[in-house]
Design a protein around this ligand. Structure first.
Ligand SMILES: Nc1ncnc2c1ncn2[C@@H]1O[C@H](COP(=O)(O)OP(=O)(O)OP(=O)(O)O)[C@@H](O)[C@H]1O
Ligand SMILES: [Mg+2]
Length: 249
């Protein structure tokens, strides 16, 4: 077996007296789509926060390409190639599409004496459009304000931003929420395209048909523990639901 791209080993995370994750180990390989599922409160978003550098695990290790890493912030993980779309997407509604795509990564035109000058607005508009287009997301104009977009279009921008910057791993926490059937289908295509690019993808969703459709492997969390980790082909809708709820062990 090749070296995993990204891995957590024996990770636990408590919030005060609440144990959100307990002894969780997970490997993800390049070009692999993992479905992470479980009931509300199972610990999915907590695991995402550990993987994305937003939270440090109370115990256990995070390993990227064979090297143990300690993320002090999501920025650390991001620079290392791990990009995350959080459950609450975190777009800035008053800014334009391209400003959102470049949030925290703004480009500047060199000013006098090589000092940072103006924002390279035209360039960012163009590159934002190209990046969204490249990952298969059609947004009207990248200089439009995000507040003028529909919920689905906003979600598309957030996904496009994450997928276009990711160089190794992309984590999508419920990216198809609030989307219509067609847009949800587009998100699934974006996931497939990310896989083709050799990224490791972690896809979290309560919509089990989507998970069964797009993933290679499914990991089921229940009350902070992994209760199943198996190829998607070994599940059907019924057995997956049973594993999530605990009716099947
Ligand atoms: N910041 C926090 N402070 C205290 N407890 C928390 C915090 N975040 C999560 N928890 C608790 O940790 C557990 C796991 O929550 P988490 O958000 O990871 O679940 P989830 O699987 O993502 O659920 P959902 O499907 O509803 O998004 C829950 O019991 C939750 O109440
Ligand atoms: Mg969650």
């Amino acid at each position: 077996m090749t070296q995993p791209l990204y891995e957590v080993r024996d990770v636990s995370k408590s919030y005060g007296s609440v144990i959100a994750l307990s002894g969780v180990s997970l490997k993800i390989h390049a070009g692999e789509v993992i479905g992470l599922v479980g009931d509300n409160g199972a610990g999915k978003s907590t695991l995402v926060k550990v993987l994305s550098g937003a939270h440090q695990p109370s115990e256990g290790t995070v390993i990227l390409e064979g090297t143990e890493r300690k993320w002090n912030s999501p920025h650390d993980a991001l620079v290392a190639g791990v990009e995350t779309l959080y459950q609450d997407s975190g777009l800035a509604p008053h800014l334009s599409v391209s400003a959102n795509v470049f949030l925290g990564r703004e480009r500047y035109v060199k000013g006098l004496l090589g000092k940072l000058g103006f924002l390279a607005q035209k360039e960012m508009d163009r590159v934002a459009h190209e990046n969204l287009d490249r990952v298969g997301i059609a947004v009207p104009q990248s200089n439009r304000s995000v507040s003028q977009l529909s919920g689905g279009q906003r979600q598309a921008v957030a996904i496009g931003r994450a997928v276009s910057w990711a160089s190794k791993v992309i984590i999508l926490d419920e990216p198809t929420n609030h989307l219509g059937a067609r847009q949800a289908g587009e998100v699934l295509s974006v996931i497939k395209a990310a896989k083709e690019r050799g990224l490791g993808v972690i896809f979290i969703s309560h919509t089990l048909p989507h998970v069964l459709q797009v993933t290679d492997r499914i990991v089921v969390l229940r009350l902070g523990k992994i209760v199943a980790d198996a190829p998607t082909s070994t599940f059907d809708a019924e057995s997956l639901l049973g594993t999530i709820t605990g009716l099947i062990d």
